[in-house]
Design a protein around this ligand. Structure first.
Ligand code: ADP
Ligand code: MG
Length: 322
């Protein structure tokens, strides 16, 4: 039987290059360059809440880090290091080996190092803290949107929610389509290169984790502005576009688990925004405008109001309890 320290040594202790000290002592040691700020964010994943027991461990390892990297992307920080606090029902190699493989593959691809953590027995629970750096004062914040800004979305929205509905049994999809949206739910791509490219260009940004309507609402509230969103312009996959319009709207606006960036930028910088998307290798769609006032207005392509009341996901909202 593998003990706690053997488990850490086997799966999570790796040589570090950027950090001065990684796994093995009481603290990790990291250095930041003069003039830089540290960006710090934590996200916890709880079975049944944030992932289903059916997810492959390799994908779970990927997703646990991806959702954290997405927060660094949202502020435009470059990923540096992360810690992993893990509660495990047992030291099961059939879980640990693929989990570590998925986690560390994304870490390597993102240039981020595992420098510490904690390991304990208990119901499966994964808590990651990421550290990133960026030039002081250049973080993209929720509070910077200004009237006249365009609203932009990266990638496509709604596939993860569509996959969840298949698991819930409210939607049926052909096998190939199901695999496509299931992958979106289980293997999100954090938009770190885009976040970095948007420094000095976007006025505000947020990563879409709890549904666009709610998350854009956070930007509007923090910035003290309103927005008009063209629902027909929202970027969606061919799989989602083939569903009934009501399902599309629900998935696009209230979906959650998208991990795309929603950001605002001045109209005068449209070409620079498009170039940033190309440099980062991700499609960008312009789908709304920031206005003076309060709240989110939804319209169709012709400018007619679209009736919908969507709220962002809230773990403690009465209706959200399982
Ligand atoms: P302490 O008791 O001093 O908190 P631990 O015995 O919990 O230290 O951990 C030993 C070392 O292993 C520490 O450097 C810690 O950061 C690291 N560590 C523990 N669990 C993990 C994990 N899941 N992933 C990465 N590093 C870990
Ligand atoms: Mg400890």
């Amino acid at each position: 039987m593998m003990g706690e320290f053997e488990l850490i040594a086997r799966y999570f202790r790796r040589p570090v290059r950027r950090a001065d000290l990684g796994v093995g002592d009481d603290c990790a040691l990291l250095r930041t360059a003069p003039g830089m700020q540290l960006a710090v964010s934590s996200d916890m994943l709880v079975e049944g809440r944030h992932f289903l027991a059916t997810v492959a461990p390799e994908r779970l390892g990927h997703k646990a880090l991806a959702v954290n990297l997405s927060d660094l992307a949202a502020v435009g920080a470059r990923p540096m290091a992360f810690t992993l606090a893990l509660a495990l029902p047992s030291a099961d190699e059939r879980f640990l080996a693929p989990f570590a493989r998925g986690l560390l593959a994304l870490a390597d691809a993102s240039g981020i190092e595992l420098v510490g953590g904690d390991t304990t027995a208990g119901p499966l629970n994964i808590c990651i803290t990421v550290l990133g750096e960026l030039p002081a004062g250049q973080a993209l914040l929720r509070s910077g949107a200004r009237p006249g800004d365009d609203v932009w979305i990266s990638g496509t929205l709604g596939d993860a929610r569509l996959a969840l509905e298949v698991f819930r049994g409210t939607v049926a999809l052909p096998g190939g389509d199901f695999e496509t949206v299931r992958r979106a739910m289980e293997m999100p791509t954090p938009r770190n290169a885009l976040g970095i490219a948007l420094r000095g260009l976007a006025h505000s940004a947020i990563d879409v984790s709890d549904g666009l309507a709610g998350d854009l609402g956070h930007v509007l509230a923090a910035s003290g502005v309103a927005a008009c969103l063209d629902v027909d312009a929202l970027p969606r996959s061919a799989v989602l576009a083939a569903r009934p319009v009501a399902v599309q709207h629900e998935c696009l606006l209230a979906g959650g688990d998208d991990y795309e960036l929603a950001f605002t930028a001045p109209q005068a910088r449209r070409q620079a925004v498009v170039a940033a998307g190309q440099a980062a290798g991700v499609a960008l769609t312009r789908c709304g405008t920031i206005e003076a006032g309060r709240g989110l207005r939804l319209v169709d392509r012709a400018g007619r109001p679209v009736a919908a009341t969507f709220r962002g996901f809230d773990h403690f909202a009465p209706a959200a309890a399982p």
